[in-house]
Design a protein around this ligand. Structure first.
Ligand code: SAM
Length: 434
């Protein structure tokens, strides 16, 4: 038996979503229908102090791009949502549903394999050896890798790792986007049941693509809650270890629930949750990881515009000034945690150059082993059909064609929301430890 719900958007005709009844009950569908309608019709008041501050800063930093970005940020009804499929869910009807609704794959599968050029490659030589029974207890407990965890080549265990990886569903990051602001209903957390998809701002996938995780890598997600990028990492490859770190207890619970909702128990040994202050993580595990993601706490432009009250908005703006110091400390710690030759991706969801360009610049200046990598040619150029990218240039640099600038001038790429491409804000930069 099939159940049906209608979603209405302002720009498209009502669209019919069908779900197989073994995934969502009829009662749940009724409430999803109401929620979907509410999400579309409710007007949210914005905080004028925050908007004024943004106007002042971003008109200077983004020039002509700011008025259209501003219009998008002030119109939540125009926001698009990506639907990232969960490769571990055994329910397979979602792809047909999204395609029949006019969603398309982002990026197309061929582009994904080019971007994740290493991800589909063979298992690496390293192997995560479980040294303690703690990792076998209930899913995603709060534990850091114990000191005696070692990763070393070992023929026998390598075979079993290969076998284990081959037994998993094929790695592929599949995200579907719609040209219009059509919002898929979110799925509630139900213990013992794997969700079929994760709703996200599609620009959130870019730091994960930039990280280029390969099967067998040891990966650290330094600022992990609520876990969207950790889930995306697990769609794109099967790392030997993914350590999801989150110091805030409430957000860590949220993270654990996300992991539990998307990943099978068979991954409990390789996906772990830790509770450290990210600023000191690098000292406790120097040179241990192949890849580190620093999706830093930042002034989240989208949500800050809609903070509860003027007073709260003003407080946030005061706190904003302290963020770059914290962000630089986290990035330095990540560079200590990564092995020589490994990479760190730094990302934020703000347009602010103080939290983006300035942080990367400061860390590059005092970390001689850090080498900036080019994301313009690798990510911005091939994906410019989907996202509006602006290069984040070094101070004082301007150029109509960013490809012609020396790499040292391009500190990262910035996704600026625009009408019809409402993804972002998202800044990302990749640094290799020499
Ligand atoms: C932008 S959010 C991360 C979003 C997450 N990566 C995702 O994709 O779902 C930043 C996170 O950093 C955490 N955080 C704040 N201070 C931190 C610190 N000192 N060390 C590590 N994480 C921190 C915040 O609690 C927050 O959950």
């Amino acid at each position: 038996m099939w159940s049906k719900i209608w979603l209405e958007t302002r720009k498209v005709n009502p669209v019919l979503l069908s779900f197989n009844c073994h995934t969502v009950s009829d009662g749940a569908l009724g409430s999803l229908k109401n929620k979907a309608r509410k999400a579309i019709t409710r007007q949210r008041p914005f905080c004028s102090a925050v908007l004024e501050h943004f106007d002042h800063q971003y008109s200077e930093e983004l020039g002509d791009l700011w008025p259209s970005a501003r219009a998008v940020l002030l119109d939540p009804q125009s926001w698009q949502y990506g639907v990232m499929l969960n490769r571990f869910s055994t329910v397979t009807d979602i792809t047909q549903v999204v395609l029949s609704l006019g969603f398309s794959s982002l990026p197309p599968q061929t582009d994904v394999s080019a971007l994740l050029s290493y991800a589909a490659s063979s298992v690496s030589n390293s192997k995560y050896e479980e040294g303690q029974d703690t990792l076998l207890s209930p899913p995603y407990i709060s534990k850091c890798p114990p000191e005696d965890y070692i990763l070393q080549p070992d023929a026998t265990s390598q075979d079993s790792l290969t076998e284990f990886i081959l037994s998993l569903p094929h790695s592929s990051l599949q995200c579907y986007v719609h040209p219009h602001p059509l919002r898929f209903p979110s799925q509630a957390h139900r213990p013992g049941w794997l969700k079929q998809y994760y709703l996200l701002n599609a620009a959130s996938l870019l730091p994960v693509l930039a990280l280029q995780v390969r099967d067998g890598d040891k990966v650290l997600d330094l600022c992990s809650a609520p876990g969207g990028k950790a889930i995306a990492i697990m769609q794109s490859a099967t790392p030997a270890l993914l350590c999801c770190n989150e110091p805030d207890p409430h957000r860590r619970d949220w993270l654990s629930k996300t992991l539990e909702s998307f990943l099978p128990h068979s991954l409990n040994n390789s996906v772990i949750v830790s509770a450290q202050d990210g600023r000191s993580f690098g000292h406790s595990k120097p040179g241990f990881y192949d890849k580190v993601l620093v999706d830093a706490p930042c002034s989240n432009d989208r949500s800050w515009l809609y903070c509860g009250s003027q007073q709260q908005g003003e407080q946030r703006l005061k706190d904003r000034a302290r963020l770059p110091v914290l962000q630089a400390q986290l990035l330095r710690s990540a560079l200590s945690a990564v092995r020589r030759g490994g990479v760190v991706v730094y990302s934020t969801c703000t347009l602010s150059s103080f939290e983006n360009r300035a942080v990367v610049e400061a860390v590059l200046n005092d970390f001689p082993e850090a080498e900036l990598e080019d994301l313009w040619e690798e990510i911005a150029s091939p994906l410019s059909k989907y996202f509006m990218f602006s290069p984040h240039l070094a101070r004082g640099q301007t150029h109509a064609n960013p490809s012609l600038l020396p790499l040292s001038s391009r500190l990262g790429i910035l996704v600026v929301p625009q009408p019809g491409k409402t993804w972002g804000p998202m800044f990302l930069s990749r640094i290799r430890r020499k």
